[in-house]
Design a binder for this molecule. Sequence first.
Ligand code: GLN
Length: 547
Amino acid sequence: MARFVFITGGVVSSLGKGLASAALGALLQARGYTVRLRKLDPYLNVDPGTMSPFEHGEVFVTDDGAETDLDLGHYERFTGVPARQSDSISSGRIYMNVLEKERRGDYLGKTIQVIPHVTNEIKDFISIGEDEVDFMLCEIGGTVGDIEGLPFFEAIRQFSQDKPRGQCLFMHLTLLPFITASGELKTKPTQHSVKELRSIGLQPDILVCRSEHAIPTKEREKLALFCNVRPESVIAAPDLASIYEAPLAYHHEGLDRAVLDAFQIAPAPRPNLTRWNDVADRIANPEGEVKVAIVGKYTQLEDAYKSIAEALTHGGLANRVKVKIEWVDAEIFDSEDPKIHLQGFHAILVPGGFGERGTAGKIRAAEFARENKVPYLGICLGMQMAVIEAARNVAGLPDAGSEEFDHEAGQKRYEPVVYHLKEWVQGNKKVNRRPEDDKGGTMRLGAYDAVLTEGSRVAKVYGTHGIDERHRHRYEVDVSYRSALEAAGLVFSGMSPDGRLPEIIEWPDHPWFIGVQFHPELKSKPFDPHPLFRDFVRAAKDISRLV
Ligand code: GLN
């Protein structure tokens, strides 16, 4: 049976709870344990799939097709454990499940209440697969005191009571603000936050305190005394230059030791931190720098492209270069020449996106990259735009477009090179969608296989001919344009196993130009960079040496 670590937050949001959870997962793995990380989000959306990237950052997609919180991306990047549908839940989903059961009559006419019906639903979720791992790490989104969070806090309180003593541990993340005028770290907000937690029956075992400065002994002792934790369980979480330093930094601060002590695991297995030492060494000692432009739409909020930024960093680690990312708003190319903004970059990446805004600019970015032989990686919408660019400017189809935009603009494209996919095969069953279907969860989502063309660049990059990658899209390049586009020189180098859905395109006479219908960034890890990002950054590095 797993031991459970519940991670909560206080004082302010955005303290890096997800990162702390992920780093703890990595440290427990380093000591030989198996782990699974889980996120419980108090908001009422059923999942983040329909939330704007500006609201919630990127939507992270799992192999089994769940649209989840971006923290699951951190979990995977730090532990390498593929997240599942059952690792992410929101209040919305919990209530939906409860109400569906109520409608079915499962509660036998009882009055439905937050306690016990909602809390039981949460507890059932927490315990899914509890026999599979040594440690289950459950992060509660938001901060203590949030109204929506209450059922979750109550559920984890009950859960720890239901389990044998010593099976559950509570870790609370807070902020120690530094008051410059007096030169002091203040502990009072943390004391209040813990008081709030204790008022709902939760006593933290470990306090993780974010601060700009080291915690002096006096403050550490004060926190321990007032918050009722051991001084060695007050863990400082200083700001770091790279998130990938977090496992070593937390280890240095004694987090994993404090967790094992709290579970009374003695003697504690020795950690093997080779993986993280190697990553830290690569981060600290780059041999050069490459500049990559991300031409996107949600460029004001970097979290909207979190996994892409991380995967580029991983590609840099593999090549021992620092990747400097610059965000370019695609709409700028509506009025300005891409050359002004894209010259000087060693590579261009056009990420995924939805809707028409910014697409004209993305097409111009693809054109610039093709003509000027700048390495280009197009992801999902970025591939679709590269195909439209090829159709219009090389294959002699000036009316090529996508049904996604024609639908919005109320026009009809003569050549819908990218069309609304309504039927496809998943495993051995057929999936059907209608345009009027709900927006939530109706895309082609999750892992699908692709077959790579012998001798193509991607086959070399992957070193294999069969891959599976994660998808999240409604539209698809129409295979009936394949021959026209291939006659113009564009190669369809990856296809769905039934040969109907184009998965990858490339320009063979270009130093590096690849578009993929899927999201390779979701599977990249610092200790195992994704082959496409590794090779894309290598191509950028080659260019950087030429100029
Ligand atoms: N909007 C496009 C589609 O739905 C691309 C989606 C994406 O980039 N994730 O097909």
